[in-house]
Design a protein around this ligand. Structure first.
Ligand code: NDP
Length: 320
Protein backbone atom coordinates (compact mmCIF):
# COMPACT_ATOMS: atom_id res chain seq x y z
CA UNK A 1 0.00 0.00 0.00
CA UNK A 2 3.03 2.30 0.36
CA UNK A 3 2.98 3.75 -3.17
CA UNK A 4 -0.54 5.24 -2.87
CA UNK A 5 -0.79 8.96 -3.44
CA UNK A 6 -4.28 9.66 -2.11
CA UNK A 7 -7.14 8.05 -0.21
CA UNK A 8 -10.89 7.99 -0.74
CA UNK A 9 -13.62 6.45 1.42
CA UNK A 10 -16.70 4.49 0.32
CA UNK A 11 -19.37 2.47 2.08
CA UNK A 12 -19.36 -0.42 -0.36
CA UNK A 13 -16.52 -1.33 -2.69
CA UNK A 14 -16.93 -3.93 -5.43
CA UNK A 15 -13.94 -5.31 -7.29
CA UNK A 16 -14.71 -6.95 -10.62
CA UNK A 17 -17.10 -6.41 -13.50
CA UNK A 18 -18.42 -9.81 -14.49
CA UNK A 19 -22.03 -10.83 -13.84
CA UNK A 20 -21.28 -11.09 -10.09
CA UNK A 21 -19.79 -7.60 -9.77
CA UNK A 22 -22.43 -5.81 -11.85
CA UNK A 23 -25.30 -7.64 -10.15
CA UNK A 24 -23.85 -6.73 -6.75
CA UNK A 25 -23.66 -3.12 -7.98
CA UNK A 26 -27.31 -3.16 -9.10
CA UNK A 27 -28.51 -4.45 -5.73
CA UNK A 28 -26.16 -2.33 -3.64
CA UNK A 29 -27.08 0.89 -5.43
CA UNK A 30 -30.79 0.15 -5.09
CA UNK A 31 -30.17 -0.37 -1.37
CA UNK A 32 -28.57 3.09 -1.12
CA UNK A 33 -25.08 1.78 -0.40
CA UNK A 34 -23.60 4.11 -3.05
CA UNK A 35 -21.31 1.32 -4.30
CA UNK A 36 -18.13 2.01 -6.18
CA UNK A 37 -17.03 -0.71 -8.59
CA UNK A 38 -13.65 -1.12 -10.24
CA UNK A 39 -13.86 -2.99 -13.50
CA UNK A 40 -10.43 -4.59 -13.55
CA UNK A 41 -8.26 -5.67 -16.42
CA UNK A 42 -11.08 -6.97 -18.61
CA UNK A 43 -14.21 -4.84 -18.16
CA UNK A 44 -17.21 -7.15 -18.48
CA UNK A 45 -15.18 -10.21 -17.54
CA UNK A 46 -14.94 -13.60 -19.21
CA UNK A 47 -18.25 -13.31 -21.08
CA UNK A 48 -16.87 -10.55 -23.26
CA UNK A 49 -14.55 -13.15 -24.78
CA UNK A 50 -17.35 -15.48 -25.91
CA UNK A 51 -19.66 -14.94 -28.82
CA UNK A 52 -23.32 -15.81 -28.23
CA UNK A 53 -24.63 -16.56 -24.75
CA UNK A 54 -27.67 -18.77 -25.11
CA UNK A 55 -28.18 -20.02 -21.57
CA UNK A 56 -28.67 -16.78 -19.64
CA UNK A 57 -32.35 -16.70 -18.66
CA UNK A 58 -34.35 -13.87 -20.16
CA UNK A 59 -32.79 -13.96 -23.62
CA UNK A 60 -34.83 -16.50 -25.61
CA UNK A 61 -32.90 -15.71 -28.80
CA UNK A 62 -29.50 -15.62 -27.11
CA UNK A 63 -27.38 -12.54 -26.60
CA UNK A 64 -23.85 -11.57 -27.57
CA UNK A 65 -21.62 -11.82 -24.47
CA UNK A 66 -20.45 -8.22 -24.80
CA UNK A 67 -24.05 -6.99 -25.14
CA UNK A 68 -25.13 -8.88 -22.03
CA UNK A 69 -22.35 -7.29 -20.05
CA UNK A 70 -23.08 -3.82 -21.49
CA UNK A 71 -26.72 -4.29 -20.43
CA UNK A 72 -25.74 -5.29 -16.90
CA UNK A 73 -23.39 -2.33 -16.73
CA UNK A 74 -26.05 0.13 -17.87
CA UNK A 75 -28.49 -1.35 -15.37
CA UNK A 76 -26.01 -0.77 -12.54
CA UNK A 77 -25.35 2.79 -13.77
CA UNK A 78 -29.06 3.53 -13.92
CA UNK A 79 -29.32 3.16 -10.15
CA UNK A 80 -26.27 5.32 -9.51
CA UNK A 81 -23.46 2.78 -9.08
CA UNK A 82 -20.11 4.48 -9.48
CA UNK A 83 -18.35 2.35 -12.11
CA UNK A 84 -14.71 3.09 -12.74
CA UNK A 85 -11.79 1.77 -14.73
CA UNK A 86 -9.04 0.49 -12.50
CA UNK A 87 -7.33 -2.65 -11.33
CA UNK A 88 -7.04 -3.62 -7.66
CA UNK A 89 -3.33 -4.08 -7.11
CA UNK A 90 -3.10 -4.56 -3.33
CA UNK A 91 -5.33 -5.00 -0.31
CA UNK A 92 -5.16 -4.69 3.43
CA UNK A 93 -8.09 -6.35 5.18
CA UNK A 94 -6.46 -6.44 8.61
CA UNK A 95 -8.81 -3.81 10.06
CA UNK A 96 -11.82 -1.70 9.13
CA UNK A 97 -12.13 0.32 7.04
CA UNK A 98 -10.69 -2.18 4.57
CA UNK A 99 -8.11 -0.77 2.19
CA UNK A 100 -7.77 -1.63 -1.47
CA UNK A 101 -5.17 -0.03 -3.70
CA UNK A 102 -6.23 0.79 -7.25
CA UNK A 103 -3.63 0.94 -10.01
CA UNK A 104 -0.86 1.21 -7.40
CA UNK A 105 -1.83 4.79 -6.62
CA UNK A 106 -5.27 5.29 -5.10
CA UNK A 107 -6.17 3.84 -1.71
CA UNK A 108 -9.89 3.20 -1.38
CA UNK A 109 -11.13 2.65 2.17
CA UNK A 110 -14.35 0.69 2.38
CA UNK A 111 -16.75 -0.36 5.13
CA UNK A 112 -17.71 -3.42 3.09
CA UNK A 113 -15.93 -5.13 0.25
CA UNK A 114 -17.33 -7.47 -2.40
CA UNK A 115 -14.65 -9.47 -4.18
CA UNK A 116 -15.94 -10.46 -7.61
CA UNK A 117 -12.66 -10.78 -9.48
CA UNK A 118 -13.54 -14.01 -11.31
CA UNK A 119 -11.25 -16.72 -12.54
CA UNK A 120 -9.12 -17.06 -15.61
CA UNK A 121 -9.21 -20.20 -17.73
CA UNK A 122 -5.79 -21.66 -18.23
CA UNK A 123 -4.49 -22.08 -21.75
CA UNK A 124 -1.59 -24.18 -23.00
CA UNK A 125 0.28 -21.09 -24.15
CA UNK A 126 0.31 -21.95 -27.86
CA UNK A 127 0.39 -19.03 -30.30
CA UNK A 128 -2.39 -20.80 -32.24
CA UNK A 129 -4.76 -20.54 -29.27
CA UNK A 130 -4.69 -16.76 -29.76
CA UNK A 131 -4.73 -16.99 -33.53
CA UNK A 132 -7.94 -19.05 -33.50
CA UNK A 133 -9.62 -17.41 -30.50
CA UNK A 134 -13.36 -17.33 -31.25
CA UNK A 135 -12.66 -19.34 -34.44
CA UNK A 136 -12.62 -22.83 -33.00
CA UNK A 137 -10.78 -22.39 -29.71
CA UNK A 138 -12.79 -22.20 -26.51
CA UNK A 139 -12.33 -22.72 -22.79
CA UNK A 140 -16.04 -23.15 -22.07
CA UNK A 141 -18.03 -26.08 -23.42
CA UNK A 142 -21.33 -24.91 -21.96
CA UNK A 143 -20.84 -21.49 -23.63
CA UNK A 144 -19.72 -22.65 -27.06
CA UNK A 145 -20.52 -26.37 -27.38
CA UNK A 146 -23.77 -25.71 -29.17
CA UNK A 147 -21.87 -24.45 -32.22
CA UNK A 148 -20.29 -27.89 -32.64
CA UNK A 149 -23.40 -29.98 -33.11
CA UNK A 150 -22.55 -33.05 -35.18
CA UNK A 151 -18.94 -31.86 -35.52
CA UNK A 152 -15.66 -33.25 -34.23
CA UNK A 153 -13.98 -31.63 -31.25
CA UNK A 154 -11.00 -32.18 -28.98
CA UNK A 155 -10.92 -31.45 -25.26
CA UNK A 156 -7.56 -31.01 -23.52
CA UNK A 157 -7.22 -32.16 -19.91
CA UNK A 158 -7.61 -35.16 -17.70
CA UNK A 159 -9.35 -33.76 -14.63
CA UNK A 160 -12.99 -33.53 -13.62
CA UNK A 161 -13.55 -30.39 -15.68
CA UNK A 162 -12.20 -32.02 -18.85
CA UNK A 163 -14.39 -35.09 -18.29
CA UNK A 164 -17.43 -32.94 -17.60
CA UNK A 165 -16.79 -30.83 -20.68
CA UNK A 166 -16.18 -33.93 -22.82
CA UNK A 167 -19.44 -35.50 -21.66
CA UNK A 168 -21.34 -32.28 -22.28
CA UNK A 169 -19.85 -31.96 -25.75
CA UNK A 170 -20.48 -35.63 -26.52
CA UNK A 171 -24.19 -34.86 -26.27
CA UNK A 172 -23.81 -32.44 -29.17
CA UNK A 173 -20.77 -33.34 -31.25
CA UNK A 174 -20.46 -36.46 -33.37
CA UNK A 175 -17.06 -37.23 -31.86
CA UNK A 176 -15.03 -35.97 -28.92
CA UNK A 177 -11.31 -36.67 -28.52
CA UNK A 178 -10.07 -36.25 -24.98
CA UNK A 179 -6.38 -35.31 -25.11
CA UNK A 180 -4.66 -36.40 -21.90
CA UNK A 181 -0.96 -35.79 -21.41
CA UNK A 182 -0.49 -38.59 -18.87
CA UNK A 183 -1.26 -42.32 -19.29
CA UNK A 184 -4.21 -41.94 -16.88
CA UNK A 185 -7.05 -39.59 -16.00
CA UNK A 186 -6.74 -37.55 -12.84
CA UNK A 187 -10.53 -37.18 -12.65
CA UNK A 188 -12.71 -38.84 -10.01
CA UNK A 189 -13.68 -42.50 -10.46
CA UNK A 190 -17.25 -41.74 -11.50
CA UNK A 191 -16.18 -39.24 -14.16
CA UNK A 192 -13.49 -41.59 -15.44
CA UNK A 193 -16.05 -44.34 -15.87
CA UNK A 194 -18.49 -42.04 -17.64
CA UNK A 195 -16.01 -40.84 -20.25
CA UNK A 196 -14.55 -44.28 -20.80
CA UNK A 197 -17.88 -45.87 -21.58
CA UNK A 198 -19.28 -43.01 -23.66
CA UNK A 199 -19.53 -44.11 -27.28
CA UNK A 200 -18.79 -40.62 -28.68
CA UNK A 201 -15.65 -40.08 -26.61
CA UNK A 202 -12.23 -41.43 -27.50
CA UNK A 203 -9.45 -40.85 -25.00
CA UNK A 204 -6.00 -40.26 -26.43
CA UNK A 205 -3.62 -40.86 -23.52
CA UNK A 206 -0.08 -39.50 -23.53
CA UNK A 207 -0.97 -36.91 -26.14
CA UNK A 208 0.09 -33.28 -26.23
CA UNK A 209 -1.32 -30.67 -28.57
CA UNK A 210 1.46 -28.53 -30.01
CA UNK A 211 -0.39 -26.44 -32.58
CA UNK A 212 -3.55 -25.95 -34.62
CA UNK A 213 -4.15 -25.51 -38.31
CA UNK A 214 -6.92 -24.34 -40.62
CA UNK A 215 -7.72 -21.69 -43.19
CA UNK A 216 -10.58 -19.69 -41.67
CA UNK A 217 -10.89 -21.49 -38.37
CA UNK A 218 -9.64 -24.62 -36.68
CA UNK A 219 -9.51 -27.59 -39.03
CA UNK A 220 -7.14 -29.76 -37.04
CA UNK A 221 -4.62 -30.16 -34.28
CA UNK A 222 -0.94 -31.11 -34.43
CA UNK A 223 -0.39 -33.87 -31.87
CA UNK A 224 2.61 -35.51 -30.29
CA UNK A 225 2.21 -38.95 -28.78
CA UNK A 226 4.60 -39.94 -25.98
CA UNK A 227 6.45 -36.62 -26.09
CA UNK A 228 10.18 -37.03 -25.41
CA UNK A 229 10.08 -40.86 -25.45
CA UNK A 230 12.09 -42.97 -27.94
CA UNK A 231 8.85 -43.96 -29.68
CA UNK A 232 7.51 -40.38 -29.87
CA UNK A 233 5.19 -39.90 -32.83
CA UNK A 234 3.70 -36.81 -34.39
CA UNK A 235 0.54 -36.63 -36.42
CA UNK A 236 -2.34 -34.33 -37.36
CA UNK A 237 -5.91 -34.95 -36.28
CA UNK A 238 -8.78 -33.22 -38.11
CA UNK A 239 -11.13 -31.44 -35.69
CA UNK A 240 -13.56 -28.50 -35.83
CA UNK A 241 -13.26 -27.29 -32.26
CA UNK A 242 -10.49 -27.22 -29.65
CA UNK A 243 -11.58 -26.92 -26.01
CA UNK A 244 -9.23 -26.22 -23.11
CA UNK A 245 -10.17 -27.77 -19.78
CA UNK A 246 -6.89 -27.71 -17.91
CA UNK A 247 -8.16 -25.74 -14.97
CA UNK A 248 -8.97 -22.20 -13.93
CA UNK A 249 -6.98 -19.80 -11.82
CA UNK A 250 -9.14 -17.75 -9.45
CA UNK A 251 -8.08 -14.10 -9.34
CA UNK A 252 -7.73 -13.95 -5.59
CA UNK A 253 -4.01 -13.45 -4.99
CA UNK A 254 -4.12 -9.97 -3.40
CA UNK A 255 -6.75 -11.12 -0.89
CA UNK A 256 -5.28 -14.48 0.12
CA UNK A 257 -3.42 -13.21 3.21
CA UNK A 258 -6.80 -12.48 4.81
CA UNK A 259 -9.56 -14.63 3.37
CA UNK A 260 -9.54 -18.41 3.48
CA UNK A 261 -8.89 -20.17 0.18
CA UNK A 262 -8.62 -23.74 -1.05
CA UNK A 263 -5.33 -25.06 -2.44
CA UNK A 264 -6.03 -23.59 -5.90
CA UNK A 265 -6.89 -20.15 -4.52
CA UNK A 266 -10.71 -20.25 -4.65
CA UNK A 267 -12.07 -18.15 -1.78
CA UNK A 268 -13.90 -20.27 0.76
CA UNK A 269 -17.13 -18.77 2.01
CA UNK A 270 -19.42 -19.76 4.83
CA UNK A 271 -21.86 -22.46 3.70
CA UNK A 272 -24.02 -21.30 0.86
CA UNK A 273 -23.41 -17.63 1.62
CA UNK A 274 -20.84 -15.19 0.16
CA UNK A 275 -19.47 -14.40 3.66
CA UNK A 276 -15.70 -14.78 3.97
CA UNK A 277 -14.03 -15.14 7.33
CA UNK A 278 -13.45 -11.36 7.39
CA UNK A 279 -16.63 -9.60 8.63
CA UNK A 280 -18.03 -7.30 5.94
CA UNK A 281 -15.95 -8.87 3.18
CA UNK A 282 -17.87 -11.00 0.70
CA UNK A 283 -16.82 -13.09 -2.28
CA UNK A 284 -19.10 -13.65 -5.26
CA UNK A 285 -18.89 -15.35 -8.62
CA UNK A 286 -16.14 -17.53 -10.03
CA UNK A 287 -13.46 -16.38 -7.58
CA UNK A 288 -15.35 -18.40 -4.97
CA UNK A 289 -16.88 -21.08 -7.17
CA UNK A 290 -14.84 -24.01 -8.49
CA UNK A 291 -17.98 -26.00 -9.28
CA UNK A 292 -20.64 -24.16 -11.29
CA UNK A 293 -18.85 -21.22 -12.91
CA UNK A 294 -21.88 -20.01 -14.83
CA UNK A 295 -22.89 -16.41 -15.53
CA UNK A 296 -26.25 -16.94 -13.90
CA UNK A 297 -24.81 -18.50 -10.73
CA UNK A 298 -22.27 -15.66 -10.54
CA UNK A 299 -25.06 -13.10 -10.89
CA UNK A 300 -27.00 -14.87 -8.12
CA UNK A 301 -24.05 -14.80 -5.77
CA UNK A 302 -23.44 -11.11 -6.56
CA UNK A 303 -27.01 -10.43 -5.49
CA UNK A 304 -26.45 -12.36 -2.24
CA UNK A 305 -23.22 -10.44 -1.55
CA UNK A 306 -24.96 -7.07 -1.92
CA UNK A 307 -27.79 -8.18 0.39
CA UNK A 308 -25.21 -9.34 2.94
CA UNK A 309 -23.34 -6.03 2.65
CA UNK A 310 -26.56 -4.14 3.27
CA UNK A 311 -27.34 -6.26 6.35
CA UNK A 312 -23.81 -5.88 7.66
CA UNK A 313 -23.89 -2.09 7.33
CA UNK A 314 -27.36 -1.92 8.91
CA UNK A 315 -26.15 -3.95 11.88
CA UNK A 316 -23.22 -1.53 12.23
CA UNK A 317 -25.65 1.39 12.16
CA UNK A 318 -23.85 2.67 9.06
CA UNK A 319 -27.09 3.06 7.07
CA UNK A 320 -30.50 4.12 8.20
P1 NDP B 1 -7.41 -30.22 -12.39
O1 NDP B 1 -6.26 -29.42 -11.92
O2 NDP B 1 -7.99 -31.25 -11.51
O3 NDP B 1 -7.03 -30.97 -13.74
C1 NDP B 1 -6.35 -30.30 -14.75
C2 NDP B 1 -6.06 -31.29 -15.84
O4 NDP B 1 -5.48 -30.58 -16.93
C3 NDP B 1 -5.12 -32.40 -15.44
O5 NDP B 1 -5.46 -33.60 -16.07
C4 NDP B 1 -3.79 -31.89 -15.95
O6 NDP B 1 -2.89 -32.90 -16.31
C5 NDP B 1 -4.22 -31.19 -17.21
N1 NDP B 1 -3.26 -30.18 -17.60
C6 NDP B 1 -2.83 -29.11 -16.86
N2 NDP B 1 -1.94 -28.41 -17.57
C7 NDP B 1 -1.81 -29.03 -18.76
C8 NDP B 1 -1.03 -28.80 -19.91
N3 NDP B 1 -0.21 -27.75 -19.98
N4 NDP B 1 -1.12 -29.66 -20.94
C9 NDP B 1 -1.94 -30.71 -20.89
N5 NDP B 1 -2.72 -31.00 -19.83
C10 NDP B 1 -2.64 -30.17 -18.78
O7 NDP B 1 -8.48 -29.11 -12.85
P2 NDP B 1 -10.05 -29.26 -13.04
O8 NDP B 1 -10.50 -27.94 -13.57
O9 NDP B 1 -10.36 -30.46 -13.81
O10 NDP B 1 -10.60 -29.43 -11.58
C11 NDP B 1 -10.35 -28.45 -10.57
C12 NDP B 1 -11.04 -28.88 -9.27
O11 NDP B 1 -12.45 -28.77 -9.43
C13 NDP B 1 -10.74 -30.34 -8.93
O12 NDP B 1 -10.67 -30.44 -7.54
C14 NDP B 1 -11.97 -31.06 -9.43
O13 NDP B 1 -12.21 -32.27 -8.75
C15 NDP B 1 -13.06 -30.02 -9.18
N6 NDP B 1 -14.18 -30.23 -10.10
C16 NDP B 1 -15.22 -30.98 -9.67
C17 NDP B 1 -16.28 -31.21 -10.51
C18 NDP B 1 -17.39 -32.04 -9.99
O14 NDP B 1 -17.33 -32.47 -8.87
N7 NDP B 1 -18.42 -32.27 -10.78
C19 NDP B 1 -16.34 -30.68 -11.87
C20 NDP B 1 -15.17 -29.92 -12.22
C21 NDP B 1 -14.15 -29.72 -11.36
P3 NDP B 1 -2.08 -33.75 -15.22
O15 NDP B 1 -3.08 -34.69 -14.60
O16 NDP B 1 -1.05 -34.39 -16.04
O17 NDP B 1 -1.55 -32.75 -14.23
Amino acid sequence: MERTTHTEKVKCLIIGSGPAGYTAAIYASRANLAPRLYEGMQPGGQLTTTTDVENFPGYPDGVVGQTLMDDLRRQAERFGADLRFGVATAADLSATPYKVTIDDELCVEADTLIIATGATAKYLGLADEKKYAGMGVSACATCDGFFYRKKVVAVVGGGDTACEEAIYLAGLASKVYLLVRKPFLRASQIMRERVMKHSHIEILFEHNAIGLFGEEGVEGVHLVKRLGEPDETRYDLPIDGFFLAIGHQPNSSIFTPWVETDETGYIITEGNSPRTRVPGVFAAGDVADPHYRQAITAAGSGCKAALEAERYLSAQGAIS
